[in-house]
Design a protein around this ligand. Sequence first.
Ligand code: UD1
Ligand code: PEP
Length: 418
Amino acid sequence: MEKLLIKSGNKLQGKIRISGAKNAAVAIIPAAILSGDICFIENLPKINDVRQLEQILLQLGAEVEHNHFSKMKINASTINNYEALGDSARSMRASYYFLGAMLGRFGKAAVSLPGGCNIGVRPIDQHIKGFEALGAKVTIEHGVVRAEAKELIGASIYLDVISVGATINIMLAAVKAKGVTTIENAAKEPHVVDVANFLNAMGADIKGAGTDVIKINGVEELHGCDHMVIPDQIEAGTYMIAAAATQGNVTIENVIPYHLESISAKLMEMGVVIKEYDDSVQVIGKERLKSVDLKTLPYPGFPTDLQQPMSVLLTIAEGTSVVTESIWENRFRHVGELKRMGANIKVEGRVAVIEGVEKLSGAEVQATDLRAGAAMVIAGLIGEGETLISNLIHIDRGYEGLEEKMLSLGGNIKRIQA
Ligand SMILES: CC(=O)N[C@H]1[C@@H](OP(=O)(O)OP(=O)(O)OC[C@H]2O[C@@H](n3ccc(=O)[nH]c3=O)[C@H](O)[C@@H]2O)O[C@H](CO)[C@@H](O)[C@@H]1O
Ligand SMILES: C=C(OP(=O)(O)O)C(=O)O
């Protein structure tokens, strides 16, 4: 089994380049099948979720070419199967975007119920409500979601919860529907905007992405396009936190600093020095940081996907921090692992109370999910001695070359068979 062996002691120093955003890429790839023309997608992250999406595209009959995923060419004119069933679809969350995309293009779709991180129940009722409002019939049987519509007609849809997935899936289904669709209480994450920009580059007419209300004027046809995926806000935040935790000095390049404001603000509140440039941020750590309270919220709030890495930093801050996870009901599974390293954390429901300790100590721990994995890597960089992390499958789903990037910054980390 592959594990990550980390020795602590090195402060991260230097420059790091952030990859394309996982959560944008995994929606844009399925979105590309909305047209029978050729789409080129650039700046894709080299992660397992993207590899699984390629498998699904091939399963559907699309033609795919890429140069180690840097630029993917998708020809969806050859699609002859409307069912994405099996391990690839089940292995990840974003396979559910094929529902919206296939429904939007062909009026029918079947996708195995998606997987993804085990961080809560993860219902898809808002996606289904949206598809049904557009005129589709949706069923779930034997672990497969099926959606079918003779004709999709624009509708007004109010989301009961702010959902990234439902917002994007409804956009995908609605771009070619007859008439106007509005999504109210829409998610505003940067990846939602990137997907809307991609669809507009294909000829869609979407306005308001990035605000609470998205308006989609259905168009008859979409065409091919060339699109560059935005930089990954969460990967950038992960390296910012790692730099702060190791008292390092790291310049994080190829970012949109505006997308990082909630993270920069929290780090500065703790005493970290952040310098913002046009497309990079420099993070300079300090010896003992101050505790802070943190509540995860939809964008532009503090992202839930950085709650776990951030809680590592809080374990060694001075004082007591209260972390409230308001998006997912089960996103504290990393706490048990951090306790093995000497962290002092109490969890009550969706709240974790973290009492800062002088230091963590290395231990054998697991990546219980994707961001928990990143959290363990940061803990390993600061935990006295050696840390061995297992269950790397989660990390590989969403971080491009994590150990190579950490190594280039001076982190003492290697992948071993153990
Ligand atoms: C591939 C991808 O982009 N994953 C991200 C996406 O997940 P995902 O799109 O699955 O998350 P959502 O934004 O949909 O979920 C937010 C909240 O809404 C609830 N909900 C969602 C849909 C639904 O039909 N019904 C419902 O009740 C969820 O249980 C959760 O409490 O956004 C999350 C919130 O920023 C991130 O943590 C994930 O990294
Ligand atoms: C939870 C995440 O991803 P997914 O929705 O793909 O499980 C994440 O990226 O942190």
